[in-house]
Design a protein around this ligand. Sequence first.
Ligand code: WT7
Length: 663
Amino acid sequence: MTDQNGTIESHPLTGDDDGATYAPSAEFRAQANVNDPSVYWRAAEDPEAYWADQASKLKWTKPFTEVLDWTNPPFAKWFQDGELNVAANCLDRHVAAGIGDRVAIHFEGEPGDTRTLTYAELTHEVKRAANMLTSLGVSAGDRVAIYMPMIPETIIAMLAVARLGAAHSVVFGGFSAESLRARIDDAAAELVITADGGYRKGRVSALKPTVDDALALNGGEGSVQKVLVVQRCENDVEMQEGRDLWWHEEITAYDGEHTAQGFPAENPLFILYTSGTTGKPKGILHTSGGYLTQVSTTHRDVFDLKPETDVYWCTADIGWVTGHSYVVYGPLANGATQVVYEGTPETPDWGRWWSIIQKYGVTIFYTAPTAIRACMKIGRQVPEQYDLSSIRVLGSVGEPINPEAWRWYREVVGAGTAPIVDTWWQTETGAIMISPLPGLTALKPGSAQVPQPGIAATVVSESGEPVPNGQGGLLVVQRPWPSMVRTIWGDDQRFIDTYWSKFGDVYFAGDGARLDEDGDVWLLGRVDDVMNVSGHRLSTAEIESALVEHTSVAEAAVVGADDATTGQAVVAFVILKSQQTQLTADDAEPALKKHVAAQIGAIARPRQVFVVTELPKTRSGKIMRRLLKDAAEGKEIGDTTTLADTAVMQTISARMREELGNK
Ligand code: WT7
């Protein structure tokens, strides 16, 4: 494990590897999109030629002549003199090619309602929405915030924004009003597209009221002019005269005639906020041509997509980058048929996912290790009641997959034969960077293994020297790649400082990693104060500042403790203000859990909150989070000699053990 002091041992979950490998079957290999291993060295010899070749599979309204401009690192420009329309590449292009009747989306609502959209229908809806947005004043260069459930209109809204050359900023529907507002303000969005609500766990989860709360903050002042509301649940919502409009009422005025204009390859496509090591989320900016090139290439090759016959399903929410790249842009650019499911895997019961796979004949399934572990806990007897024989490729993303979960996934979901692609990437990388190719790679459970063709990623020591096989260090990307983050919105300096200052013109991903004897990459977890909970990135600093904003809290320290289901879990240690009568040590835990969920969003809710009277600090006053993490994991507390007060850790650790023992 890479602890927060940067020592690298092994990953807590993937440590139980038994060394077995799983080569592709001869049948799979023969039919695979990529089955010639020379692709790796050919791409490595001339990465720009490789990417130019991939980019030319898209439709450019003006062809590019320059592949990469890296004269001003770290600000890359890919295909910059080319022009294209991203939405038309995902829609009109397929209709023009005669596949308009192919199903683009099999939508399955959580209550069981369904909707099918062919490429022709989706194109028609996006054109109408683009006309509607135009008359609401949206044009190239603008930003539109999207706060939606997992329904077709979310995809339609994103593509309509992209079609106009504007940029979307999708905010995950689980984020609080404060988090939403911070993102709206940072991007200075003038339009918010939302829904009355969405269905989650059998209930209506309202969204519009959160938008209202967000916009009411700061005395109601802000950039937003209009709010467009999709009707999904018919829950009661307030509509503010002059500001709020119903999508279904507005859209009736617009027809499906809309000619897509080409925009420069470097035109912003979206901003997506992600947690960093400080409290303020980073607005990751992605642009058009390079992004679409790499998401479509990786979607086709890593999942071995056959668009005529495959039924693809990625369970990620569109509010995260996986949803952007592998629900919206990758699959649609490739003309794939996919399932979009609104709800949670346990609604109405844990058979839901498997029944969806059976119903639509899903062939490619992409999900996260945390979900696989949750299903494992429920037991294989549930999926075994369903016919999953259509599955031929499985994917994993978000965190390392432990070999036990890998084997379960392969045996129970993949009939013991489906290749599993463990895909490493980040919001910042935009697309898959390290992953097996299912027709080529002998799979190793727990390892993402190989940088994709055209990607130069490796492991270096603290001083930036590439480590030999068999050793650990820090993961870096040595050359620019097409779907890379272009900057942090409005903060070029933070972009440079965060990713490009540690090793010069080399991208530092923030992950520890190890190369095994064959040179395959094993991810070991974050080396910064960023936690990975259920495959979602959370910042310790952001949760700590939410905690100290509570009137009763004097000080807080947050750590990501290893957790058997969620990978890591948020554990908070707080000191209450002594004069405070508002919270007692007993009601502090539930109250502060609620407080964090309200401040940031339910995903940030701590698993545990411990009230302590002291925090372990060095003599210079730095909180020793590493010790708290050990305590939160019930481990022996190591060397405490650098602490100002050595007794504090004994007390905390004794209390933690008692708690863990009682669980
Ligand atoms: C961080 C990025 C990429 C979409 C989902 C998360 C971790 C991601 C893997 C993997 C080991 C992984 C890394 C990375 N991560 N995929 N296959 N194996 N670790 O996107 O929120 O930007 O988080 O997730 O730590 O840095 P994100």
